[in-house]
Write a protein that binds this ligand. Structure first.
Ligand SMILES: CC(=O)SCCNC(=O)CCNC(=O)[C@H](O)C(C)(C)COP(=O)(O)OP(=O)(O)OC[C@H]1O[C@@H](n2cnc3c(N)ncnc32)[C@H](O)[C@@H]1OP(=O)(O)O
Ligand SMILES: O=C([O-])CC(=O)C(=O)O
Length: 372
């Protein structure tokens, strides 16, 4: 009997179909429900993109108004949840706070175990609405500031920025932030989405699937890379030091965060739009030096390894210049990806099969228990 082929990391393994998005590495393109992501970023609000991911079509004006009304009404956090979250150690990573918040919201939801599409859509919208409040709390407590109540006169991106930073910034910043939310929203069977589908496949509940997905996204090989990119820039310090720093880091066999991708091998479809957003933010926020460092490291990495940046590479410095603390970068990714995760959870349930791959045993041969 020939040994089965092992697909480490499931690389290249096609496990299911999806109608939510298509990543095409041959053309470096990404579509959500058929629409190119850069067109959505240029012409749609994040709320419209959320509706598209959940319902398969862009909303009419009336459908969007109804969703917005429901979302704005649910932005606030219950007082006891705020108390619990502020009771976590100040050293807790904001991703841990976010994961805990989703878990508590699930435990308090009497419909937690109702896996009907209607009930799960209610939960998806509720999580979409409250996550910015949780992210905002984690940043504000780092600065000794109390939580700010949400404002229902502001759009999703504006309110998110307001609650975290205490002001509604310039329209260029709001637009760049919204672009990042659209670009981060969905990416087929990435590790965190796949995690959410694995949990869902056991017929567990949506909150459990999202909690697990947050755990998967936290890692620096996935969403955590947007925070790690900032740490890299801080370690390098200046553009003229980038090449020497990189050569040493590669000689030390370090992974350079924000570069490479499991699917895209000739460039991430989302980077051009996010790089443009970063340039606009940098122009407004005195970001010339950071931008120079960004470009120097990217050039050196391509020369040394032929590797291109992924979305986390421009998103990290853009969030920094907008005024976000580094530990909230990946939580922002969560607040965006909640749309994609929940669309996939619904899709998984509609055509479910328990996800349970096989393995080849490589341990000790069978043996008897021998007691002395
Ligand atoms: C939104 C997102 O989640 S995008 C991904 C964010 N993650 C990161 O930026 C982390 C840094 N990047 C990486 O670690 C990888 O590129 C991954 C995990 C994203 C993809 O990994 P894989 O598809 O498994 O690629 P793999 O690890 O096989 O890389 C192929 C080769 O390129 C090298 N390589 C890939 N990415 C990097 C990197 N960022 N730094 C240094 N070397 C790298 C690998 O060491 C390997 O070299 P080798 O053949 O000499 O061993
Ligand atoms: O697709 C992946 O493997 C990672 C990624 O870019 C994402 O989740 O946005």
């Amino acid at each position: 009997m020939s040994a089965p082929t092992i697909h480490k990391g499931l690389a290249g393994v096609v496990v299911d179909t999806t109608e939510v998005s298509m990543v095409n590495p041959d053309t470096n393109s990404l579509t959500y429900r058929g629409y190119p992501v850069q067109d959505l970023a240029a012409h749609c609000s994040f709320e419209e993109v959320a509706y598209l991911l959940w319902h398969g079509e862009l909303p009419s004006a009336a459908e969007l108004a109804a969703q917005n009304e429901a979302e704005r009404a649910q932005r606030g956090l219950p007082d006891d949840l705020v108390t619990t979250l502020l009771g976590l150690p100040g050293t807790a990573h904001p991703m841990d706070t976010l994961r805990t918040a989703v878990s508590i919201l699930g435990a308090n939801d009497p419909a937690e175990d109702d896996n009907s599409p209607e009930a799960n859509q209610v939960k998806a919208l509720r999580l979409f609405a409250v996550l910015p409040s949780v992210v905002a709390i984690t940043q504000r407590r780092r600065h000794g500031l109390p939580p700010l109540p949400p404002r229902d006169d502001l759009g999703y991106a504006e309110n998110f920025l307001y609650m975290t930073l205490g002001v509604v910034p310039e329209p260029v910043i709001v637009r760049a932030f919204e672009t990042s939310l659209v670009l981060y929203a969905e990416h087929s069977f990435n590790a965190s989405t796949f995690t959410s589908r694995v949990v869902t496949s056991t017929l567990s509940d949506l909150y459990s699937a999202v909690t697990a997905a947050i755990g998967a996204l936290k890692g620096p090989l996935h969403g955590g890379a947007n925070e790690a990119v900032m740490a890299t820039f801080e370690e390098i310090g200046a553009a003229e030091k980038a090449e020497a720093w990189l050569n040493k880091a590669l000689a030390d066999k370090r992974k350079i965060m924000g570069f490479g991708h499991r699917v895209y091998k000739t460039g991430d479809s989302r980077v051009p739009a996010m790089r443009e957003a970063l340039q606009e933010v940098a122009a407004l926020r005195d970001g010339r030096e950071l931008l120079d460092l960004y470009e120097s490291l990217a050039r050196a990495m391509y020369a040394a390894k032929g590797l291109h940046p992924n979305l986390d590479y421009p998103a990290g410095p853009a969030y920094h210049l907008m005024g976000f603390d580094t530990p909230v970068f990946t939580p922002i990714f969560v607040a965006s990806r909640i749309t994609g995760w929940t669309a996939h959870i619904t899709e998984q349930l509609a055509s479910n099969s328990l996800i349970r791959p096989s393995s080849t045993y490589s341990g000790k041969t069978q043996r008897a228990i021998v007691r002395p």
